[in-house]
Design a protein. Sequence first.
Length: 199
Amino acid sequence: MQPGFAVVGILAAFLASVPALAEDKPNPWFPIPATASFSTGDTWTYAGETHRLYGVQACLRGTYFTNRAGGRVDCGEASLAMLVSLIRDLKPQCYTAAWQAATKTRFVVCVAQPTSGSAAGSRIDLGTALISTGWAFAAVTPNGAPVHAPYIVAQQVAKKQHLGLWQFADVPDPNAIILRDIRNASNQAGQSSNPPANR
């Protein structure tokens, strides 16, 4: 056999084995099971694990807004209802963006690819869908920076256009509440570590 043919033969054998190796890898995408238990507008549990939408902050349960009829509505329940509705309609697939072993929490990104209707052929990010329609908020870090910058842009557009929860003047911003609680806890911890002043 000539040397050139040997190299081509080896290369052909190698290339033929590459697709087989790729096919052996498990698919990182997974559906949200119908048996998942939804706890908030950004979180559900299944098989002993918590799944939370990465970069998304739902309205908090136990906080309220006033609807147009003058009724008091639990903001967290409103976010939860929209999450369940979108998952039912879009049937997204998710992948794990981060894993927190101590709490058995998967931070996930979920994407739907509708095959029919006006959105057929497009990719719909579940976080963007919730935030851009005003039914969830862009999550922020303890110092107030957005966890995922594109989501804060979607939130600003929804707020400006008074979409979803933003149509209600007294909608409670969950990030403001969470950041306030973090500041208060930090201040209390700082005060308790200071020795009492001489009187």
